[in-house]
Design a protein around this ligand. Structure first.
Ligand SMILES: [Zn+2]
Ligand SMILES: [Zn+2]
Length: 381
């Protein structure tokens, strides 16, 4: 009786070549003796390979579909003498390798390039509020890899060249062959002599020792636009690290850190500050001169201003980074109560309170407002 090759791979009779291949790879990974030493798994692995050998071959698959078994001794039906033919009992190892190393990509590997793109770099830049608000041209010192000017990135000493690696013949990888019951299993690993480049540098550049780049400190000027905020990053294209072998430089990011300001705190493009006014000024109204970031403004405090009131000075905040206009400046008013009064001042304030019908207990004479409340409660008043 013919074996159920479709069942072994878990696919339907109408399965496409692709589905068969995928099912095979999945099972082969699962039951490969290197992964799964269980004897049953080894048997299963043989079955899987047999099923794949049959179903991946149009002629053999046709025999199966007609009810025959192309692998059975003498049961090949339309098959030639010897049944499975020259392929041996198992599929070629390329299919097994594909199952383990991801298919076509496995065969497409070559030596890795010596020249590779460089990494991005980041630099922290501390600025005052005035600088973030109005922009500045800031000098910065950058410590990155730059192109080696001695060899222009080639890594070789003057007048010398790269040589093909003798250990790997320029392939960048070496293959080792293991004999298993499946036949030969070939695996590839990067060549240790050339680190996978496929080439060696017999005479390295004396300046960069073959890296094609050197570390250096350099000074740049970065133009900070008006209105930047704490935490923003300014990108300087290709001012980052030069890559190995003189590869294209990455970008440099300058990250803005705004120092706290003594007077103003910033929320977005608005600024906030606090101004203290005496109680009398708050009551009577007054005129204040406010120093803004870039000007002096005169503002009126209305009579009867309460503690915690806010004055808003339009367009006296930070200029918007994009577009025109500026944020506002909010002046928070702290109303200061006098702390020490002389006898005359106290009398005047008491008289003032009396005219307004405001009861003010005299602490020194009556023990305080709360004390009198308590006396009243206890019936002593
Ligand atoms: Zn090599
Ligand atoms: Zn060099």
């Amino acid at each position: 009786m013919a074996r159920d090759y479709y069942g072994i791979l878990g696919v339907g009779r109408e399965a496409s070549d692709d589905e068969i291949k995928r099912a095979y790879r999945k099972l082969a990974r699962q039951f490969h003796p290197d992964v799964n030493p269980d004897p049953e798994a080894q048997e299963k692995f043989k079955d899987i390979n047999a099923a794949y050998e049959v179903l991946s071959d149009d002629r053999k698959r046709q025999i199966v579909d007609l009810g025959g078994d192309p692998l059975a001794p003498g049961g090949g039906g339309a098959g030639g003498p010897g049944g499975p033919g020259g392929a041996g009992p198992f599929v070629g190892f390329q299919d097994i390798m594909d199952a383990f190393f991801g298919g076509a990509a496995g065969g497409a590997r070559g030596p890795r390039p010596r020249t590779r793109p460089g990494a991005d770099a980041i630099l922290r830049l501390e600025l005052d509020l005035h600088e973030t608000a109005f922009g500045v041209e800031a000098p910065i010192t950058v410590d990155t890899a730059v192109l080696c000017t001695t060899c222009s990135g080639a890594g070789t000493a003057a007048g010398t060249h790269l040589a093909t690696c003798e250990a790997c013949g320029g392939r960048g990888e070496v293959q080792s062959v293991q004999r298993t019951f499946l036949g030969q299993v070939v695996s590839a690993r990067p060549c240790t002599v050339c680190q996978g480049y496929g080439t060696t540098i017999p005479h390295p550049c004396p300046t960069c020792a073959g890296d094609g780049r050197v570390r250096t400190r350099r000074s740049l000027t970065v133009k900070i636009p008006a209105g930047v905020e704490d935490g923003m990053r300014i990108r300087l294209a290709q001012q980052g690290e030069v890559g190995p072998g003189g590869g294209t430089a990455g970008d440099l990011y300058v990250e803005i850190h705004e120092r706290p300001h003594d007077v103003y705190s910033r929320k977005g493009d608005d600024l906030h500050c606090r101004v203290t006014v005496p109680m009398t000024a708050a009551a009577l109204g007054t005129r204040l001169t406010i120093k803004t970031l870039d000007s002096e403004e005169t503002v009126d405090v209305k009579a009867g201003t309460q503690p915690g009131s806010t004055l808003r000075l339009r367009a006296r905040g930070v200029p918007h980074l994009r577009g025109t206009g500026r944020g506002d400046l909010y002046v928070h008013l702290d109303v200061r109560t006098p702390t020490k009064l002389d006898a005359d001042q106290e009398k005047m304030l008491r008289d003032f309170a009396k005219t307004r019908g405001e009861e003010v207990a005299e602490l020194s004479k009556q023990g305080g407002f709360f004390s009198r409340m308590r006396d009243a409660f206890n019936g002593h008043a």
